[in-house]
Ligand binder design. Structure first.
Ligand code: ADP
Length: 310
């Protein structure tokens, strides 16, 4: 499959009317472009933007940290303050949910945490690297090496089969995904999301839930430092959404995968260890749920959220 043909294909997809970025599409484009450009290793890259500020050692066990993040968008002649000073820490192996009403700043926060966008002020440190001050090329490299993303829309490449879609991170990195450790890892994640035997199917031969499981497998295949999921069940029916959430939780519980999940659904958030309630661009509350046992009842979380007016 010629990469250039794929690129053209992605570019032909309709663009949204509004100026907001389709991050799924941008991710795919950036990763292909970066792969084609054959970037040098980090040590040889010069980041032309402002140098990363001196930053103390990330506290032991903390894999992701945000410090006083703000994000101001310009919308025509108007400024929109999407984030107004957010600080948080996520520990290695933790499952954190970001909840809050529509427009409260959850997606913006997730994008900054994953290096998809830069804050207006403040810092994001992921696995010891200051994400928020990287150049575009540096941010693309960091995303490829340290993050996995799952979005509401699955962003699979239609002409690639299940195996090839899941193998993309290896293919982009120039690793043959049909042999050795890569092939073993791909088989492992396909088993995790229960898609063995579907390797040769293309996305249009799969149900919505199966497509999201492919996207989840692709996000997990390179064992990212952090998995970022933005409303991953938003396009799925209740039962199928539940299966995806169970798989997310299982990847955390059984394999120590660190997860940050954006959701407006208390049932989804009930899978997390900790819920951060976002409101009007700030963290308004924190609800410590502890590690979920199978089939935790979302009732107490829903009651607590109701107390908070959500
Ligand atoms: P949520 O994910 O909680 O629904 P968002 O982070 O998407 O919230 O949006 C927070 C605020 O920022 C909203 O007022 C939204 O309209 C605004 N916003 C988000 N992205 C952009 C953008 N690219 N340009 C202008 N305003 C934006």
């Amino acid at each position: 499959m010629a990469l250039r043909r794929l690129l053209r294909l992605i570019e032909l997809e309709p663009r949204p009317e509004e100026p907001r970025t389709d991050w799924g599409l941008k991710l795919a484009l950036d990763d292909y472009t970066a792969g084609m450009a054959n970037q040098p290793p980090v040590s040889q890259q010069s980041d032309s933007r402002s140098p990363a500020p001196a930053y103390g050692l990330v506290r032991d066990g903390v894999i992701l940290e945000a410090r006083n993040l703000t994000k101001r968008y310009r919308l025509g002649t108007r400024d929109v303050d999407a984030l107004r000073g957010v600080s948080l820490q996520v520990r290695r192996g933790e499952f954190v949910a970001l909840m809050g009403p529509s427009g409260s700043g959850k997606s913006t926060l997730l994008q900054l945490l994953g290096g998809l966008d830069r804050p207006t002020s403040g810092e994001v440190v992921l696995d010891g690297e200051v994400v928020s001050h990287l150049s575009d090329a540096g941010a693309t490299r960091l995303r490829r090496e340290k993050t996995g993303f799952v979005f509401q829309f699955f962003n699979l490449i239609p002409l690639l089969d299940v195996y090839e879609n899941v193998a993309l991170p290896y293919t982009i990195a120039g690793v043959d995904p049909r042999h050795g450790d890569a092939a073993a890892r791909i088989r492992e994640v396909l088993e995790l999301v229960d898609l063995q035997g579907r390797e040769r199917n293309r996305p249009d031969q799969l149900s919505a839930g199966e497509q999201q499981r492919v996207a989840l497998a692709r996000a997990l295949v390179a064992k990212p430092a952090i998995l970022l999921a933005d409303e991953p069940t938003g396009n799925l029916d209740y039962a199928t959404g539940g299966e995806i959430l169970d798989e997310l939780w299982h990847s955390c519980d059984a394999f120590g995968q660190t997860i940050v999940l954006v959701t407006h659904d208390a049932r989804a958030a009930a899978h997390a260890d900790r819920v951060l309630v976002v409101g009007d661009g700030k963290i308004r509350d924190e609800i410590d749920l502890g590690r979920r046992s199978a089939n935790r009842d979302a009732g107490p979380l829903i009651a607590r959220l109701a107390q908070l007016g959500l």
